[in-house]
Structures are given as structure tokens and as C-alpha cells.
Design a protein around this ligand. Structure first.
Ligand code: DHB
Ligand code: FE
Length: 287
């Protein structure tokens, strides 16, 4: 049976990828940020996931404004990385897990989430930068990946409530998979940031701290924010928090916080990470 070992949320800022490539982890600007991932990797070594379902947003690489699915699920044997314009090194391709992808797609559509299926999908910094943070060292990826892209770019965006429900449907689908797999759910992006317009550079520490706290045991409280309220509180790109909420929805067991880190600013963004363990087996045995 497949088990959801836990969830990790992390920012995916392109400058992180550049700092990794230039080995700047110990420079004063970067150290407080990169130090936040040591405990994350320690937990990963114990959790031993073999598949990562990564909930992220494409930034105009695989999808553009002309055709932009609200929810898209990868079903490819591998996912090539490409740089959509930040000058980032291209990382090794990420091996896929098509059988679990199709199981997930079948289950989501049966659950009335009419997702776009992608048998070819190129992944940008929103997917690749977090992978480089979790498994440093040059891209010998020790896990299979299933990318799920959520539209956080072109309005109308899916609501926080809808994304949380998508996460719950992802969690149910994985738990119903009858092959052995240890699955990590990753949610990338955020926290507060706004890259454009008169509020460019906007960061809201108070709201970020509220989100990081509530998402652990009261995630439903955060689904009450409308998209305009999320934009107001977190910035126009801070809506990437939808990816975090989707990740949290997929953790269907007893959730406990293992670790978090918050550091402002990294580039234009509040850099953050959160590790949540999911005791799914206990819940299933009790059911
Ligand atoms: C930045 C943050 C992002 O989430 C992104 O996709 C691009 C840039 C930034 O802070 O520079
Ligand atoms: Fe982004």
C-alpha cells in the first residue's frame, strides 16, 4: 500500500537556484535561509520517500497565458527542466512515475476534479529549485516525481477552498493505491511577495506567520480567504500559498510539525519552509 510520509512546503525563488549553483550557501545573506533546510533533509533521510508529488505553479514555461489549465497533472516517464529566463543552470531530468500518475488522474477525475493530463511537461524553477534544496549535490534524484501545476498566474484562480479539496482528493487517491510507495507531498512557492505594480516588494510578516501557524492544525481557517483577500494580505505572487494549502489537504492522517524556518527577504520574497509529518498508517488502521 502507498503511504503519505508527510509534506514539505518551501519557497521556490529563482535566486536560490543561482545561489546553489554559485555555492553561496555560507555567505551572510544566504546562510540564515539555507540553514533552514538542514533539519528538513535530516527528516527526509528518516522518512525515506521514494515518490514526490510536487504541487507548484508553472511560470510561463510549460503553459502560457494563451492556454493555462487550472490544475494539470504530469503523467510522463521523465520531466525535463528548463530555464524560462532567470539564467539558472538546467538540472538533470526528473524521473517520473507514470503508473501512479494515471492512478491519481483516474481518481481525481472520478472525484470531479477535471484535470489536464500532461504526458509531456517541462518543469521550471517552481519545481526544480525545491528539488535542489531537498536533494543537493548535482541532480542524481533519488525519488520519482509527479508534478501537479496549479494556476496562480492568470485570474480567475482556483479558490483556497477548492485547492484544499484538491489536496484532500490527492491524499485519498494516494492512500488507495495498492502498490508500495512512500510518498512525500511538496508544496512550493510563497510566502508573501509581489513582483509587479505599485506594491512591488510587498512582504507581510504578520500574515505569513499566521499562515505558517494555522496550516499545521487549522488549515480550514485559511481556506476562508478569498483570492482578492489573499492578494491583499500576501501580495499578487503570494497567492502561491495555494500550493501550500493543496499540500496540506493531502495530509490525511495525524499531522505534526517537525520543523520550520522563515527568513526575510530572499530576493523579493519571504523565504520559508515547513516540514509536516503525516502518521497515515495509524489513521488507516483505526478506520
Ligand atoms: C521571485 C519569487 C518567485 O516566487 C518567483 O517565481 C520568481 C521570483 C523573487 O522573489 O525574486
Ligand atoms: Fe513563483
Amino acid at each position: 500500500m502507498a503511504t503519505i510520509v508527510g509534506g514539505i512546503a518551501t519557497s521556490h525563488i529563482p535566486a536560490i537556484g543561482k545561489a546553489i549553483a554559485e555555492k553561496k550557501q555560507n555567505e551572510p545573506y544566504w546562510k540564515p535561509f539555507f540553514d533552514g533546510y538542514v533539519a528538513t533533509r535530516e527528516w527526509l533521510a528518516k522518512a525515506r520517500p521514494d515518490v514526490v508529488v510536487s504541487i507548484y505553479n508553472d511560470h510561463g514555461l510549460n503553459f502560457f497565458l494563451d492556454k493555462l489549465p487550472t490544475f494539470a497533472v504530469g503523467a510522463a516517464a521523465e520531466y525535463k527542466n528548463s530555464d524560462e529566463g532567470w539564467g539558472l543552470p538546467v538540472l538533470n531530468a526528473f524521473p517520473g512515475e507514470p503508473e501512479l500518475s494515471w492512478h491519481l488522474i483516474e481518481s481525481l477525475v472520478a472525484d470531479e476534479f477535471d484535470v489536464t493530463t500532461c504526458q509531456q511537461m517541462t518543469v521550471d524553477h517552481g519545481f526544480a529549485v525545491p528539488m535542489g534544496l531537498l536533494w543537493p549535490g548535482g541532480g542524481q534524484w533519488p525519488v520519482k516525481s509527479i508534478p501537479i501545476s496549479i494556476n496562480t498566474v492568470q485570474h480567475p484562480l482556483p479558490s483556497a477552498k477548492r485547492c484544499f479539496k484538491l489536496g484532500q482528493a490527492i491524499g485519498r487517491a494516494i492512500e488507495a493505491y495498492d502498490k508500495d510507495a512512500r510518498v512525500l507531498i511538496l508544496g512550493t512557492g510563497g510566502l508573501s511577495h509581489q513582483l509587479d505594480g505599485t506594491r512591488a516588494g510587498f512582504i507581510n510578516k504578520e500574515f505569513d506567520q499566521l499562515c505558517m501557524s494555522k496550516i499545521v492544525n487549522e488549515p480550514e481557517a485559511l481556506t476562508r480567504y478569498s483570492i482578492p483577500e489573499l492578494v491583499e494580505n500576501a501580495g499578487s505572487q503570494g497567492v502561491e500559498f495555494l500550493n501550500w494549502l493543496t499540500m496540506r489537504g493531502a495530509l490525511t492522517g495525524a499531522v505534526s510539525k517537525i520543523h520550520s524556518n522563515y527568513h526575510v527577504p530572499i530576493s523579493n520574497t519571504a523565504g520559508a519552509t515547513l516540514v509536516l509529518e503525516n502518521r497515515a498508517t495509524a489513521r488507516r488502521q483505526a478506520a
